[in-house]
Design a protein around this ligand. Structure first.
Ligand SMILES: Nc1nc2c(ncn2[C@@H]2O[C@H](COP(=O)(O)OP(=O)(O)OP(=O)(O)O)[C@@H](O)[C@H]2O)c(=O)[nH]1
Ligand SMILES: [Mg+2]
Length: 458
């Protein structure tokens, strides 16, 4: 940190096609209040005031002011201004916000006016967030949560980001670090005072603590909810040829993404569409009809269909009501790797051609849309139950995963260590790995990686 006062447009750059009603310029740093005076008080800059002028409004209170060119005192715009006194601000520094009309000329003139002051510089991308972090206003998981919140495209992504911003992940990881540090304290006591009578069972207590911690970390690592929320829940549509799989995909996607034809074996490759299903991001895949074929390309399609079915989080088996669908259902659910009767769905399609009776199946006519609302409801329910398996916050980032894999391995080594001193060293490494997630340790090398793709303060 260089103690400079930085500024940036906090809202998107207005364009002719998309001007905004409001644009916000933010300043942060020790001289932000001076900048506010010089930008709103006529002639203050040319007179060279450097002390706080009584014209500075009350902190945290928005007031209407003319925004002036400091050199000429010419009015650029009239807007709302507010300043925040350090350290109770977002960055921990003095901050000013100028809420201007969102026009291109207004914004560029206001930015030029700030530049004329000579004591402010344009912020680097992510610099506001970095300053907040450096002043202890934000840990790394919260900083990432802000980036996730800005990038959230569905309701559930937004909810998760907000939960993480609230510190849910921070608390989880810090709790683990606390557990590890307590175990470490016990080990270090055993190293420092080897001859003293330590309470019996201490070694077991430490061992059990480490085993428990390792178990919690591996359960967290196995939890795929974060990945699903980030990249989408993978749903595969599978079934025999010509049952209406591609028709169902098109119906759910509300467009003709896949080719539909009466020729069995139409779909060969896996076709994907992205959907928002009740707030859950979903990647829906249409696959080739499952049958024994002599055609090499179709065989490859069937192989891909099976692989996709096995890799998916959720499967929809589509059958044709005019066929012997009950026998096919039995055969295919048995043959499908990872078929999960609690979440996966069986759809019997073409109910406009014949009546259907059966339990645990969803009747549908992809042609008329009959049965679609119930299918959507069941899909949403399956998605929600896969995502809400447990209440703990999910793993959301590869960066966290890497650190936790390291921590898990180090805990394993600590458990197998031949002497206490070695166990303590591995435990220390494990705690350092967890500390890397929240930013408690080895911060410098991480900052750039994390802040690089931030749009905040840019
Ligand atoms: N009557 C009726 N016909 C349907 C319905 N859904 C699909 N079809 C027809 O069934 C035929 C096959 O539909 P597709 O969606 O291509 O079936 P598919 O399962 O993707 O077929 P493959 O890709 O060859 O495995 C087409 O002629 C569709 O128009 C339905 O609900 N009712
Ligand atoms: Mg098809």
């Amino acid at each position: 940190m260089d103690g400079s006062t930085i500024y940036a447009l906090g809202t998107p750059t207005p364009s002719r096609a998309a001007p905004g009603a409001v644009s916000v310029i933010r300043l942060s740093g020790p001289r932000a209040p001076d900048a506010l005076i010089f930008l709103t008080e006529p002639k203050a800059f040319t007179r060279g005031y450097s002390v706080r002028d009584p014209s500075l409004p009350e902190a945290r209170r928005m007031v209407v002011r003319g925004i002036l060119d400091p050199a000429t005192s010419e009015e650029i715009d009239r807007g709302l201004v507010v300043w925040f006194e350090a350290p109770r601000t977002e960055t921990g520094e003095m901050m000013v916000e100028l809420h201007l009309h969102g026009g291109r000329a207004v914004v560029s003139a206001a930015l030029a006016a700030i530049a004329k002051l000579g004591f402010c510089r344009l912020a680097e991308p992510g610099e506001f967030t970095r300053r907040a972090f450096e002043h202890g206003k934000l840990d790394l998981t919260r900083a990432e949560a802000i980036a996730d919140l800005v990038g959230a495209e569905t309701e559930q992504q937004r909810r998760l980001a907000l939960q993480q911003m609230d510190g849910a992940l921070h608390r989880l990881y810090e709790d683990w670090r606390g557990q590890g540090l307590r175990a470490l304290a016990h080990l270090e006591a055993a190293i420092d005072f080897p001859d003293e009578d330590l309470p019996v069972g201490l070694a077991d207590e430490v061992r059990n603590g480490i085993v428990r911690l390792q178990g919690e970390i591996s359960a967290h690592l196995d939890d795929k909810r974060g990945e699903r929320l980030r990249d989408g829940l993978h749903i595969a549509i599978i079934g025999p040829p010509n049952t209406g799989k591609s028709s169902l995909l098109n119906l759910l996607a509300r467009r003709d993404a896949a080719i539909v034809s009466e020729t069995a074996g139409t779909t060969r490759d896996v076709i994907e569409v992205h959907l928002d299903l009740g707030g859950w991001p979903v990647v829906l895949a249409d696959t080739a009809g499952l049958r024994a074929s002599t055609d090499a390309i179709e065989q490859e399609g069937v192989r891909r269909a099976k692989a996709r079915a096995a890799a998916a989080d959720l499967r929809i088996l589509v059958l044709d009501v005019t066929s012997d669908w009950k026998a096919e259902m039995q055969a295919l659910t048995a043959a499908t790797e990872r078929w999960d009767s609690a979440h996966d769905l069986v759809v019997v399609n073409k109910t406009d051609l014949a009546a259907v009776d059966g339990i645990g199946i969803l009747p549908l006519s992809a042609a008329s849309g009959a049965g679609l609302p119930e299918l959507l409801k069941r899909l949403e329910r399956s998605a929600a139950s896969l995502m809400e398996e447990n209440a703990a916050p999910p793993l959301t980032r590869a960066r966290h995963r890497e650190a936790l894999v390291d921590a898990h391995a180090a805990l394993g080594r600590a458990l197998g260590a031949p002497e206490v001193a070695l166990a303590a060293e591995d435990l220390r490494l494990a705690m350092r790995a967890i500390g890397r997630i929240t930013g408690t340790v080895r911060v410098d090398e991480l900052l750039d990686v994390i802040f690089r793709d931030f749009c905040i303060g840019k």
